[in-house]
Design a protein around this ligand. Sequence first.
Ligand code: PLP
Length: 392
Amino acid sequence: MRIATRLSQIKPSPTLGLNAQIQEMKAEGRSVVSLAVGEPDFPTPAHVCQAAKAAVDEGFTGYTAVPGMPSLRQAVAGYYQTQYQVQAQADNTIVSNGGKQVLYNLLQALVEPGDEVLLPVPYWVSYPPLVALAGGIVQEVPSTAADDFLVTADQLEACRTPQSRFLILNTPSNPTGSHYSQQQLDALIEWALSHDIFVICDEIYDQLIYPPAGPATASRWWQQAPDKIAVVNGLSKSFAMTGWRIGFGLAHADLIKAMTKLQGQSTSNICSIAQRAAEAALTGTWDQVRTMRDSFAKRRDLALEYIAAWPGTTCPRPAGAFYLFPHLGDCLEGSAIPDSAALASHILEQTGIAVVPGSAFGDDACLRLSYAVDETTLTDALERIGKVLQQL
Ligand code: PLP
């Protein structure tokens, strides 16, 4: 079968082997506890579901405008106004199938073949393939656990080349949970703008930031440099709506038009029913967002207490999202386990607990754990993983 060479740019998912192992264990009747999940363990708020049901009952089931129905785009613009005091108009927004499609549209609309895209490591798994599909070349910018996996303008400068055209930032981050302060983010954006580098800032976890850390957004800079900044967000994480596929973006109206052109010839508008649900989420009560945030903050603290007992491990205290990214130090040295993938497989085999190897995010010395599970499951799993590490 002849497959387009374009797809050879995309490597098979690094967690494929692990997923196969999970399936095998389940087929053998063994139970598997997953700390690998990337979605909140909360239901979508009832009023949001209700809005979707009403849309069906009303027969709101036809096509809508490609970038989203006007009232929803207005609600997205309103989000930037109320959250960040940014004066955005509806034509600066687009609604796509998840934050992922917003990113896809952006990169396809902006990147020319051979353009370099600066990407701090560890990174969310989809950025490198999305960049490659757009013909771009990822320029990795390393960070360390000692620096909370955050980078500075100096570190970006050290990786910049004459071909560097874009910078992808993600705060709070998947996989580390690390979050830049507004001041730190400002410094990175100022640096990028001074080198004519376009910034794509993925803020999909912006409602899951734990005090004393506060919000930080690139949208404030978008106001000053609308043709040099784009912001990605969505409802998957903040409103527990992963399956509804609702992402949104903030960008220059011309860029939004280009993204709309692309979306119009690929997927068209997102599901009309999901759009009504999205509008209800953005304009209705945010009680559940607050409940989730409090609950995740508590679990993070609990999880860190257990990880503190793991041998040789350092784990920064993340300020957001629902992931921990412990760095295993020299834990594997002298053991028969060569890398994070083998370690994740070993943990799964020994305990029935699934975690994601750090190599999936560009850092082989780490594991990613999600705390989007109940407290008992979480603490029990972390205790058992700790015992496995002690026996290596
Ligand atoms: N960006 C980051 C950092 C993510 O972790 C995810 C999902 O895991 C997404 C974007 C995309 O989310 P969705 O397409 O579900 O909105």
